[in-house]
Write a protein that binds this ligand. Structure first.
Ligand code: PLP
Length: 367
């Protein structure tokens, strides 16, 4: 029996989510986003279980190199591209598809000489992060199509507000992107998880691209069974959460009314009660921003955190009638306690919680 927080990852859930997303994408090609250690779920195990993906996307050259070193020969894209000229050579050696969003990335490619690179020209349709302005698209497409290093030119953009299905930014971005790619006969990509699941109908404007195999979707979060849409959980969208972040009680003690708990004595008990001490803390990736009052499940029973999360430990108020024992299981997040809900308590997004697990205890995998 393991004490200490660790993640149980169900690869079967990731595979099921992949199929669900594929169906909701109506035949678009699947670029599975597995950056940041597959959102905390483990880069290589996830890549191996997603053998059906048409391409993987990661954010850093090192992540792509790890995939290649492990023998993964699926196409791999770095949508953010490379950050230096030296890395361009390395990336093309690894046969990576590269995003291009700055004049310097473009210049490195133009100076590279002969190659057969697949390049994703990134257009900024409203995220205002990476990408060239839409009005430059025709000139850039022309330049890249005439660049001897480029074998296959593609065009992409990224949605800023797709998680909010009431917000009209997404429709504007889709309209903007549509104009850019109307006269373009290569591959294109626009939707992340929220785009796929929240804007299914709107994306029908790309039906023609889709039916001739030129539309790509880029799901990340939804692969892991987590909802990309605000105020919904993965299960509401037909997804299965892939991660269970679990631990155990390692101490149980009586606490008198008026006594405080933890560093700084920030929490005071309003009653005589029983405290459980969970072997989980921010050193495991159980964030200190998860405040007192947030739920955890002890033996499938919802209880609340008392005091601040510390590095290795978190106290929970088991209540005066507690019958728990040392060693009893604690669920920090997982099926019965969605990470979306925990994130809301912490004032953050589920992405940050799952990415943040530290693997102090190595994750366990099951099918
Ligand atoms: C991270 C990322 C995605 C995946 O986003 P999700 O919201 O996790 O689906 C897609 N495209 C790009 C460019 C990204 O950086």
């Amino acid at each position: 029996m393991s004490f200490g927080a660790r993640a149980l990852i169900r690869l079967g859930a990731i595979r099921d989510n992949f199929q669900t997303i594929k169906e909701r994408s109506h035949g678009a090609r699947m670029m599975a986003v597995i950056k940041a250690n597959a959102y905390g779920h483990g880069l290589l195990p996830v890549a191996r279980c997603l053998a059906g993906a048409d391409c993987f996307a990661v954010a850093r050259l090192g992540e792509a190199a790890d995939l290649r070193e492990a023998g993964i020969d699926t196409p791999i894209a770095l949508p953010g591209g490379v950050f230096s000229e030296t890395d361009l050579g390395k990336a093309l050696d690894l046969e990576l598809q590269l995003g291009v969003h700055t004049e310097s990335q473009l210049a490195w490619l133009e100076q590279f000489g002969q190659a057969d690179a697949t390049i994703w020209l990134k257009i900024d349709t409203g995220m205002n992060r990476l990408g060239f302005p839409p009005h430059d698209a025709p000139t850039l497409i022309d330049r890249l199509q005439n660049c001897s290093a480029v074998g296959d030119l593609r065009v992409m953009t990224h949605l800023a507000n797709a998680d909010n299905v009431q917000d009209d930014t997404t429709a504007l971005q889709i309209g903007q992107f549509r104009k850019i790619v109307d006269a373009f006969d290569g591959h294109i990509s626009i939707a992340n998880s929220a785009g796929i699941l929240g804007w299914e109908k709107d994306l029908d404007v790309f039906a023609e691209h889709r039916s001739n195999g030129r539309l790509w979707v880029r799901p990340g979060l939804a692969l892991y069974g987590i909802s990309p849409l605000a105020d919904q959980c993965g299960a509401d969208l037909g997804l299965r959460p892939a991660m269970r972040f679990e631990s155990r009680l390692i101490a149980i003690k009586a606490l008198g009314k008026g006594e405080t708990v933890g560093y700084g004595g920030t929490w005071r008990s309003g009653r005589d009660t029983v405290l459980g001490i969970v072997a989980a803390g921010y050193g495991d990736g159980y964030s200190r921003f998860i405040p007192a009052g947030s739920p955890v499940l002890v033996n499938d029973r919802r209880v609340k955190i008392a005091g601040l999360v510390s590095m290795d430990l978190t106290a929970v108020d088991l209540g005066p009638a507690a019958t728990e024992q040392i060693g009893d299981p604690v669920l920090l997040w997982g099926d019965e306690l969605p990470v979306e809900e925990v994130a809301k308590h912490a004032g953050t997004i589920p992405y940050q919680l799952v990415c943040g697990i530290t693997n102090r205890e190595e994750s366990v995998y099951e099918d």
